[in-house]
Design a protein around this ligand. Sequence first.
Ligand code: NDP
Length: 501
Amino acid sequence: MTFDNFVCGQWRPSRGGATFGDENPAIRGSNLAAFQSSTPEDVREAVDAAAGAFPAWRRTPITERKHHVETFLALLRDSREELARIVTLENGKTIKESRAEVESALVEGSHHANQVEAFFQASGPGAFSDRTWMQYEPVGVAGIISPWNFPMNVMCRKTLPALLTGNTVVFKPATFTPWSGVFMATLLEKAGLPPGVFNCVTGAGSAIGHALVTDPRVRAISFTGSTAVGRQIQQQAAENLTRTQLELGGKNALIVMEDADLARAVDAAVTAGFSNAGQWCTSTSRVLLHRPIVRPFLEMLVARCEKMTVGDGLSEATDMGPVAGPTQYRDIRAAIRQAKADGARLIAGDPEWRAPSPEPRAPSGEPRVPSGEPRVPSPEPMGYFIRPTVFSGVTPDMAIFREEIFGPVLAVCEFSSIEEAIALGNRSMYGLSSAIFTTSRDTARTYIDGIEAGLAHVNVHTGYKEPAMPFGGVKLSGAGLPENSETGLEFFVDRKAVYVR
Ligand code: NDP
C-alpha cells in the first residue's frame, strides 16, 4: 500500500516522488505501508490550499463548522477499532491503550465542539455594548506538527479547535506514525470539509518542518515533541512573529509520603510509568519515596513489574508493548547502561531481555492459526521490547535523575521531609506533570503550592487529565497557551477591539 498526501481535497503524491516505510516496532524489519517523503514544495502547495480556503471557511457559520467536526467525531466513533489497530501496529502500544487513545480523542473533541458556541458568545456584538465590543477572529492557516506517542489524539486535540474557530490547517504527522495521521485525513475528507480546509503532508520534520514554520501565511504553529525541536520551532517562528503552542518533554515526579495508601501509590507508578511503554510526556519518570516506606513500596513495585507481560501490542494479554522504534530502543538501553555505570541499582528489568517470537500474523494483522510450535525467546531481538525497569539508589547528580528517557524506566530516590521531596521534584529543567500520594491535607497543600509543574495531582497518577482543564507545562516543558480547556480554542484566535460611533 502506498498512501498519498491530502492537499486541497485531493490525494496526490509528493513532487519529489520519494516514499518512506512504516515499521511495526513489534516486528523488526517489517513494513506496513509506504508514505510520501514530501518536499518544501509540497508544503508550499498545502499552505496555498489552506490560505485559499481560509476566507470562505472563516465566514462559515459556527454551527456549520461544528457540524463538520461532529460528523468527523461520529466517523471516528464508528472506526475506532480499525484505528486502534493501526495505532498499535505502527506505534506498538497495546490494543487496550490504543482504544483508550481513541476514546480520549472523542471526549476531548466533543468537549471543544460543545464549548465553541459559548466561547464565541463571550465576545462579539453586544458583549459590552452595541457600540463597543471585542470579537474573536481566526488567525488564518495553522500548522500542526504531531508526535508518534499519541499519533491520533494529539492531532485531534490541536486540529479540531483550529477548525472549530475558523482556521484552516496543514498537518504533518510524525514519521514513525504516518498511517494514523493519514487515516484521520480520510475521516476529515468523509466529514465533507471543503477542499483546502484540512491538508495532510507526510515526511521528515527535518526536511519539511522549516517550510511550514517559516511560511508567513502560517499564523500559528501547534507542536508536541522534544524540547530541542520545540526550541528550534520557536526560534524559526519568531521571524514572522508566528505564535506557537509547544508541548514538550518532562521528567515527572511521583512523591509518596509515609501516610499514603501504598497499594494505590504503587498502582500509580505502574500505570503512569509503564503505560505506552513509558512514552507519555506525562509519564512518571522519578519516584520520590519517604524513607520509612521505601522497602515495602519497592517490594510491591518490583513484584508488579515482574508480573507484567511484555509483547506484541495486538495480543489482548499484553500489558506493555515495544517502544516506538529503533532510535528509542537504542537511546533507552543506553540510558539504562549509563544509570548502571553511574552506580544506580537495577532492581527490576533486564536490558538484555529478548521477547518471545511474535504470534504468526497475516499482513492485515489478523492472527494466523497457531502452528502448535512452542513460542521460544528469539536469539535476536524480534522487536523493540524493553521490560519495565526500576533503578533505586538514584541521586540528583545521575543522568537518570535529570534526563528524559521517554521509556519504561523509573528512577527511585529517597527523602526525609515534604520540603526535601518538593525540592527534589523541582530539581529539573522540566515542569510538566507531578503527583503526590498522601492522606494529609496540609502536606497536599504544601506540595500543590510548591511544585513547579503545569499539572499537580493528589492521589492521582501523573498521566491523568480532563478536557476542561488546561494541559501544558512550565520551564522547558512548554510555552504558549495550554491545550484543552478554553485556552485550546483561544490559541487559534485573535482579539479585535471594535468601536462604533
Ligand atoms: P521530535 O521532537 O523530533 O518529533 C516530534 C515531531 O516534530 C515529529 O512530527 C517530527 O517529525 C517533527 N520534527 C522533527 N524535526 C522537526 C523540525 N526541524 N521542524 C519541524 N518539525 C520537526 O521528537 P522525536 O520523535 O525525535 O522524539 C525525541 C524525544 O522527544 C523523545 O524521546 C521525547 O523525549 C520527546 N518527545 C516528547 C513528546 C511529548 O509528548 N511531549 C512526544 C514525542 C517526543 P519526524 O517524525 O518526521 O522527525
